[in-house]
Design a protein. Structure first.
Length: 104
């Protein structure tokens, strides 16, 4: 169950960040509202998750998984530049997430 809650939190954090891009400095109404809705859901999931998981592990996985996913989405959908250094860095984030969970 904790992984479902964590995944929900990460998903909505990523959706909120995508909406930030489309909000264009809060000049677009719907994406601007969705930023707050999606981040609210994401943070609510994190609050519930902290009943089942250590804060140091939960927050680190939540934040770093969101960071890695947004970096990948930026490359694939927003045509942000790709580099092997960026790919290596994303890989290291993912390895860090795995290390936090598997070595705990």
């Amino acid at each position: 169950m904790k992984w479902l809650i964590l995944g929900t939190g990460i998903l909505f954090e990523v959706l909120g960040t995508i909406c930030m891009k489309y909000a264009e400095g809060f000049t677009k109404l719907v994406p601007s509202i969705l930023v707050f809705v999606f981040y609210g859901i994401s943070l609510a999931a994190l609050v519930f998750l902290l009943e089942k998981m250590q804060v140091s592990i939960a927050y680190a996985i939540w934040a770093s998984a969101g960071t890695a996913l947004i970096a990948i989405i930026g490359i694939l959908f927003f045509k942000e530049p790709f580099s092997w250094a960026k790919a290596l860095s994303i890989s290291l984030i993912i390895l860090g997430i795995l290390g936090l969970e598997l070595l705990d």
